[in-house]
Ligand binder design. Structure first.
Ligand code: CU
Length: 108
């Protein structure tokens, strides 16, 4: 299982997100047991966070916070998706499938 998610992460990074791959130390947020692994995270403007689905069900990570809107769509278990945050501010990140899944990314 661990090896599978590592493979998918590599695929996500090298499969067309080369600008993000240049950032050496992306922070990651895991989804397991239908919760995010952290409630809050800080990044610098322009940095990416890798959202990793380590769960047994799909998750749809997204945000409607102004300037940092994104919607990963339904992401299958074992998949990692990078998201770059370009605007300073507080970003409320949710899962569209599981209303109790919430976290905050603070972008400075
Ligand atoms: Cu979910």
């Amino acid at each position: 299982m661990k090896r599978f998610s590592t493979f998918c992460y590599a695929f996500a990074v090298f499969g067309g997100v080369s600008a993000v791959a240049a950032v050496a130390a992306d922070q990651s947020v895991h989804q397991k047991g239908r919760v995010f692994s952290v409630e809050a995270l800080k990044v610098k403007t322009g940095e990416a966070v890798v959202f990793v689905n380590d769960d047994t069900v799909p998750h749809n990570v997204m945000s409607t916070s102004a300037g940092n809107e994104f919607n990963l769509g339904s992401v299958a278990p074992g998949t990692a998706m990078p998201v770059k945050f370009d605007k300073a501010g507080s970003v409320q990140v949710i899962c569209a499938i599981h209303p109790r899944m919430k976290m905050t990314v603070t972008v400075d």
